[in-house]
Design a protein around this ligand. Sequence first.
Ligand code: OFO
Length: 172
Amino acid sequence: MLSQKMIDKLNEQIKVEFESSNLYLQMAAWCSWKGYEGGEAFLNLHSEEERMHMMKLYTYLGETGALAVISAMEKPQAEYDSLASMFEQILEHERFVTSKINDLVALAYEEKDFSTLNFLQWYVAEQHEEETLFSSLVDKIKLIGHDGRGLYLIDKELRKQATAAAAAPAEG
Ligand code: OFO
């Protein structure tokens, strides 16, 4: 059985994951608007992944007899200065998500809640993977540059990443 404090924090994380999903969907829409088809495909997939992260929390809360609560969402920023700055923003956002997961892990330790601690290990590994991915994309964008040809190559790289992610077996 989870403590009320843990239930509240897991519900806060549901909001964080849902907002991540909405943010990436909005970014996908901006990419589509700008003609970055690779970026759109890549961010659409990431939006779906974040929804799956949210659903894992929802399921865990239900399994432990707690009520999952869906909160009001912050409206994501609709327009971006450039593809490069958008990806820097994503990396910053993922670092924020990691800090929220770390807070949850710390609480689980403090409460000797080993079931939740075990459940959270998946998120710890996932955040490591996502920070590595986005940090390498930010580095690539810096390296390639953002003139017309650079943007074309970045968009191509994002299309490649989206295709690889779509072909990978679904996690869960
Ligand atoms: Fe990309 O963040 Fe979820 O966990």
